[in-house]
Design a protein around this ligand. Sequence first.
Ligand code: OOB
Length: 548
Amino acid sequence: MTLTTPQPAESAAQTTLQAGFVPFPADRAAHYRQTGLWTGRPLGEILRTAAQTWPGNIAVADAHPSHTFADLDARADRAAAGFAALGIAPGDRVLLQLPNSAHFAVALFGLLRAGAVPVMCLPGHRLAELTHFASVSGAVALVIADSAAGFDYRAMAEELVAAHPAVRHVVVHGDPGPFLPWSVLDSDAPPPAVRPATDSPALLLVSGGTTGAPKLIPRTHEDYVYNVTASAQLCALTPSDVYLVVLPAAHNFPLACPGLLGALSSGAATVFTADPSPEAAFAVIDRHRVTVTALVPALAKLWAQACEWEPLAPKGLRLLQVGGAKLASNDAAAVRSALTPGLQQVFGMAEGLLNYTRLGDAADLLDHTQGRPLSEYDELRIVDEAGHEVQHGAEGELLVRGPYTINGYFNAPQDNARSFSPDGFYRTGDRVRRSANGYLEVTGRVKDVIIRGGETVAALDLEEHLITHPAIWAAAAVPLPDEFLGEKICAVVVFSGPPVSLAELNAHLDGRGVAAHSRPDTLVAWESLPTTAVGKTDKKAIVARLTR
Ligand code: OOB
């Protein structure tokens, strides 16, 4: 048998990494460097610097013994050496899918220090998503836990590698089954000396869109370090803070806004929990004296209400970030009074742009806006359907480019042609209104509309009216096909008390001045609304369930 010389993995992988990646245009990159926004630090260095500055402070904790910064730094080096020994080379993509735990941080920094590019899968992703990520990214390995929340990731991995032999290694935390044990990431070998190009992708995030297949989002070292450190500064994180990761750690919000990475860069401790229920999370907040955390609106609303019956309602939270979907203004007020006056609304996206309300903002801004851009170098455009900028204060689609917003999805030329303007603005698909003080209000999604008898009804607007009814806990307005109207409006609701009829509900909407053509034609009551892997209402799943 003749053996062919294998292609050096490094060069093959690097070519593909660069081939799938749309870099920042040179003039803008130069500008961000001149202004000092981009500092030329690789993302993995955040932990190195922290370990030198605060070696003995607690860096990460979960249900197991905690790690100091020095300890986490050493573990990351050992993991990097382990990845390198498996033949994972600089530029290789590796699917990272772990539940919230300190191991997540070890594996993430191990990969970054090996020069590999982690693909940030969420624990809720399943074979369909992982298969898509593997083929779009060209991943060579997968890092998983044995099982979590009743799901066996090894069984999924077996199907994945059978269909995708390019995924050569599977490393498992816990019982490895047929795969590699976690101990391969505890290597005595010297860590690889890799210094990645800081204008190349550090990691690939997954898009949070609730329509279409998720896309991969390449974030460069320079842009992501800026994203993290500017967010940490805006939130005034210090070594006295304790940040709780309760949303899935691989999501941009708890990872980098400022999240785990912002906490590490500030010398703050990070606590991981995989159970977001008020009962479990309040106990963790109490035990670790958590000061900062990030939630999606549905969880924030639940936590605020749970303060009525949970004995351990949070006391020391100085900052509670809420984002990922629209927070209703009455829920914002409830969060401020029940949980902490330190509410912060965050309107962000894995593609880049982050908007935050600021610490100390007046209640009116905290309750009614989704904040303003992180950076003065964020360039925002709000346009009408013809692509023309709207009048000040009018509603339109938000387009953005700036120092931490991508210039293209990874390996997706067709999506890119649709999603970016010729001059490099990302079309967010979000409808917003900007007031004179620069704060944004999110009014809906461009495509989240119901076209009923020729009238366009914005789903979010109707949902905001629906949840003002005291019997309604949560609501989603979706289109259903209709012979006469084209589409009719279906309100799917979760009742918090005795149910009400469609006629009663519509009388309530009438009282609020909602036009007759914008009121639901059908009312459906469910126990709960389906959610995406990060906990946003999943409209695709709702429509699929209604029409199957
Ligand atoms: C965050 O990121 P993704 O990528 O999961 O989702 C982004 C989309 C936005 O385009 C927008 O449609 C929606 O989620 N969204 C909001 C929102 N925050 C995000 N819609 C209304 N109000 C908000 N406050 O969700 C994300 C990333 C970083 C920080 C925070 C959230």
